[in-house]
Write a protein that binds this ligand. Sequence first.
Ligand SMILES: [Mn+2]
Length: 374
Amino acid sequence: MLRCLHLADLHLGWTARWLDRKSAEYASKRDQLLEQLTAWIIGHKQDLDLVLIVGDLFETHRPQESLVQKTIAELTAWERAGLTVITVPGNHDEITYHDSVFQRHREEWPGILVTNPMPEAPLELTIKGQPVYFYSLAYTGGLTKINGYLQPYPRVAGEGIHLAAFHGSLDWETDERGLPLSSKLLAGAGYDYVALGHFHRPQQLQVGGTTMAYAGAIRSKGFSDIGCGQLTLVTLQSGAARVELLPWEEVDHRVVELDVGRWDSQEAVIAAIEELADPNLLLRVELTGAAGFLLEPKTIASRLERHFYHLEVVDTSLHLADGLLESWAKEKTVRGHFVRRLQEQLQTANDASEREVIELALRRGMAAFLQGGE
Ligand SMILES: [Mn+2]
């Protein structure tokens, strides 16, 4: 039995440019993940035998040299703690290019660096006295050839643990760079565990005697790619792998949808958002529903931003105060004319999406008139 820490998609060096003046600070905070992992790994070295990094360790194939040196130092520390460390390049940190981090540092990369572009006979390793057959590849443009799904998967007959690691797309016939993998064919090959990277959401699958898992991205890459905040630990033995998920950290990005119809004033909405106050949180609030009062997302954000690491307020709510529209529509003023014209357009709109655009224009226009003090 062996214990493996399965990592993937750390995307070190990723920068949230939209954080503007905070983006460099945030990037360096985010990149501290590796040294935090080192503390944990060293603390658990008695129960750990192997660390697998299944692609996209870096955000790009040319990360900053200081980050590369730091990474090499951390991985070296894992190795010195007696662990087998294996790195598989991904599609973000692709090995294809001559200036790829894994080409430039190929010789001194700590532990085992996978460089073969096609699946081939496994690496035969002995870890803590146990035979391990390790199957993998590093996607290399022009050299990795895919015919539908990557195939065939090699498998030798030796007694021991048969471990595979691929940075690719399970059961999705995507382009070559996405490395399409078939769960059926992987299970047919008879591996005990297939460690996967590329999809950022953790996922586990058991097909026959083969366990497959995406470890998922621990840390977020923005609001549409929120991290899972957990570690994937695998107990490996011949014919049986067991995956254990360990809470690692609070996820720092969050999207919250607020139906503004639940409150009767902007102040009440502000108070509700303030309840989520957390200086480490990057929060996106999406305002939905129909407000019976004027909403000013910019005001809400500027009133509350000091309570968060980052706050953005997106207003997708659709209506204004009851009666306001009707009373303006009766006026012989510019805003009265504006409201009547858009109301006519709403009557003759062809479909829901056209109506939505007109409603938004109406609401924005009314807000502009209100802010202009007419
Ligand atoms: Mn990735």
